[in-house]
Structures are given as structure tokens and as C-alpha cells.
Design a protein around this ligand. Sequence first.
Ligand SMILES: Nc1ncnc2c1ncn2[C@@H]1O[C@H](COP(=O)(O)OP(=O)(O)OP(=O)(O)O)[C@@H](O)[C@H]1O
Ligand SMILES: [Mg+2]
Length: 220
Amino acid sequence: MNSIATSTPGTSLDAPLLLKEGTRLLEPDVYRTHLDGRPAVVKDYSRYRHTLLAPLARLLVRREARNLRRLRGWAHAPMLLGIIGGLTLAMEFVPGQPLGAENPIDGETFRRLRGAVAHLHANGITHNDLHPANVMVDGERVVLLDFASALHLPRWMRNAPVVRELRRGDLANAFKIEQRLTGREPGGYVSSVLADPRWVTAVRDGWKRIYGRFKSAFGG
Ligand SMILES: Nc1ncnc2c1ncn2[C@@H]1O[C@H](COP(=O)(O)OP(=O)(O)OP(=O)(O)O)[C@@H](O)[C@H]1O
Ligand SMILES: [Mg+2]
């Protein structure tokens, strides 16, 4: 964290608390802290400074910041506070618990989650990494976190099969979360719409193989 505190003169960060340690390749250390007196969360990639992966880490920070900037003012995403020293993203601290940490979960929470996903999609954004740890629940507020993998598509691309597939994937993940946490199966029609088409499974398996080789090449 020293790198953050010293990289931007005038920015005061204090008492950082590690929320999640980045252990995998290009995963940030995530801290809860205070930024200029406000509770904040920072995603810190500064361990990549002076490494070959620094440009990629900067790109991830800028992409997530751009996504959060687009969602500014929306109650279901954390507010962007800024980028510190190129390798650290700062955002509003969202109080509450990750989805599933508290039981039982009100059915209304899942409806809000699907509503938030539908709103994102209506605005041309896909999240692409929906799972319980990326959803915070604070009473009636459901907040989606982790927009590092999100994509904003220009209007002319929004009906492309691959983009429709990304939207279907987000909704399928929302239903899978509900199923996992409540044990309730979605109805037959929803299940058939949400089942992965065969070409998607093939592309995903191919990507996993490429990513696995990339990771072992860089020792991540
Ligand atoms: N704005 C926030 N407010 C409260 N807690 C947060 C916030 N952002 C992240 N967290 C907590 O930190 C955890 C990790 O954050 P996040 O999911 O953004 O990182 P990650 O999964 O390691 O990142 P990436 O997918 O970009 O590699 C979250 O699961 C959540 O518990
Ligand atoms: Mg995450």
C-alpha cells in the first residue's frame, strides 16, 4: 500500500484492511481504506509496477474505471473515485454482505439482481463475471461489483450473436446463483433458454486452454 500512499502527493489513504489478496495472474490486492476521509475500496495492481505485465495491469485499471464512469449515478454499481498512480483503482466502499453470506435470502433480492442485470444490458453493457462474491447486498440495495471483465458495446454491435451470448451468460449466472443459494430449480422454459449452446462450450474450453498456457508461460 505504500506505493499508493506515495504515488499521488496530496492523496491520503489510511488504515488499509486487506479484503482480498491477489494470488492469480493479474488479480489485484483489494483493500478497504479511507480516501480523503471517505470509506473507499482500492484495487491495487502495483505489485506489477516495473514488470512486463504493468501495461496490461494499467489497461485493466483503465477499463474498469471507464465502465464505472459510465455507470456513475446508478445505485447498483460503486461510484468511481479515481485512478491512483496508474495501477490502483479507487471506488466507493459499499457496505453490506456478499450475496449468500446471510441466510435466508429474500426472493426480492434475486429479483433486484435480475433487474440490475437487465438494466446493464439495456445500456449496452455486459458484466461477464457474475458470481455471489461480485454482488453486495445492503438491505434493499443490491450492488454489482467487479467491472474488470465488463464490456460496453456500441449500438450497432448489440445484436451480434456473440453479444447476445454474453447477455444470456449474465442472466444464466444470475439464475445459477439463485439456484445454488436456494436450491430452487428454474422452470423448464427458463432452463432451456439458459442452457449453453454447443458452440459456446467449445469457445469457452478453447479459451481456458489458451489462458492456462499463458498463465504457465508467465508463472502465474
Ligand atoms: N466497492 C466495494 N465495496 C465493498 N467491498 C468491495 C468493493 N469492491 C470489492 N469489494 C470486496 O472485495 C472483493 C474483491 O473485489 P473484486 O471482485 O473487485 O476483485 P477481484 O475479483 O479480485 O478482481 P478481478 O476480477 O478484477 O481480478 C469482492 O468480492 C468484495 O468482497
Ligand atoms: Mg471479483
